[in-house]
Ligand binder design. Structure first.
Ligand code: 8YV
Length: 321
């Protein structure tokens, strides 16, 4: 029997994923679930044929240059690949894959949760209940912003963006979007296309980001762009913290330009930005958009499917290099 390829799984993935991986590969599993430095990654690369990382392991150009030639494939357990320098890894002849599709539902669910929670003052209401401070009620008490029938702007109408649009239609929202290219009618499903982000912002009572972090999109939500939103807009980010200039968001919250925000992603992770914690109109979660049991299994299986294809001599479904 031929020897199984050696696979390094950098974080504690779902039980079903680890079981299947252990059946088909010689696995090295990070049961302690700690983070890895560039030095750890480079050292481990000499011992394995394949790596299954999360977005928490950074494969930048410096790491890519020093990876041992033994590593042939990086099968990411994530849809986002901003932690990988695809050009540098590709130049080393390393296959890189990701896990699209399988996390779109869970991520759009969290975006809806954040949008509703921010708009309807979830943090403030929850605090009143928990602290026993709820001692007053009136029709003018805790009045929020109505989601139903409002205009939603979606930046990035890829897989997650399209599911978000579907969810929003269930709330009778008027969907607008910006994407690098306009979608065909059957995918657009009545949403209004805007040729520029600037144009989209002007109609976005609610704005939700669903685009990848690239050199072009990093810091895209800056002072100038927040200023283009309608007054009192609600801002939602389940994509990547890097898309947002967090000081600009804080300023927009201070001025009231943004009346509330729902954030699952931050520039610094883990940890987030402590400056947001004094704002009860900011509903925050610790990057758990895809954290459901079903989705974690599906992500792990998709990454393993990519590995199986690669070691079976085929091009993986989600090859990026
Ligand atoms: C994951 C993500 O939680 O897929 C991504 O890009 O950011 C998240 O869904 C994470 O990468 C898990 O590996």
């Amino acid at each position: 029997m031929s020897k199984k390829p050696t696979l390094w799984i950098t974080r504690k993935l779902s039980d079903a994923t680890l079981e299947r991986a252990a059946r088909d590969y010689d696995v090295i599993i990070n049961h302690e679930d700690g983070l890895h430095t560039a030095t750890d990654i480079i050292a481990m690369s000499a011992k394995v044929d394949a790596i299954m990382p999360c977005h928490s392991e950074i494969f930048d150009a410096a790491v890519a240059a020093k990876l041992d030639p033994r590593v042939k494939i990086i099968a990411n357990h994530s849809v986002g690949v901003d932690h990988c320098d695809l050009e540098a890894l590709g130049a080393r002849g390393i296959m890189v894959t990701n896990t699209p599709d399988v996390l779109s539902d869970a991520t759009a669910d969290i975006a809806m949760l954040l949008m509703l929670g921010a708009a309807r003052r979830c943090v403030e209401g929850d605090r009143l209940m928990r602290t026993g401070e709820w001692d007053f009620w009136s029709p003018s008490f805790m009045v929020g912003k109505q989601v139903s029938r409002a205009r939603l702007g979606i930046v990035g109408m890829g897989r997650v963006g399209q599911v978000m649009a579907k969810r929003a239609r269930g709330f009778d929202m008027e969907v607008h979007y910006y994407n690098r290219s306009r979608l065909p009618d059957e995918q657009e499903m009545g949403a209004t296309y805007h040729e520029t982000v600037e144009d989209l912002l002007g109609v976005s009572d609610f704005l939700s980001l669903h685009c990848p972090a690239t050199p072009e999109t990093t810091g895209m939500m800056n002072d100038e762009r927040f200023a283009l939103l309608p007054d009192g807009a609600v801002f939602v980010n389940t994509a990547r913290g890097a898309l947002v200039d967090e000081d600009a968001l804080l300023a927009a919250l201070d001025s009231g330009k943004v009346s509330a925000a729902g954030l699952d992603c931050f520039v610094a992770e883990p940890g987030g930005n402590p400056a947001f914690s004094k704002y009860e109109n900011v509903f925050m979660l610790p990057h758990i958009g895809s954290a459901t049991r079903a989705t974690r299994d599906a992500m792990g299986f998709r990454a393993l499917d990519n590995l199986d294809a690669f070691f079976g001599g085929k091009t993986p479904l989600d090859s990026l290099t």
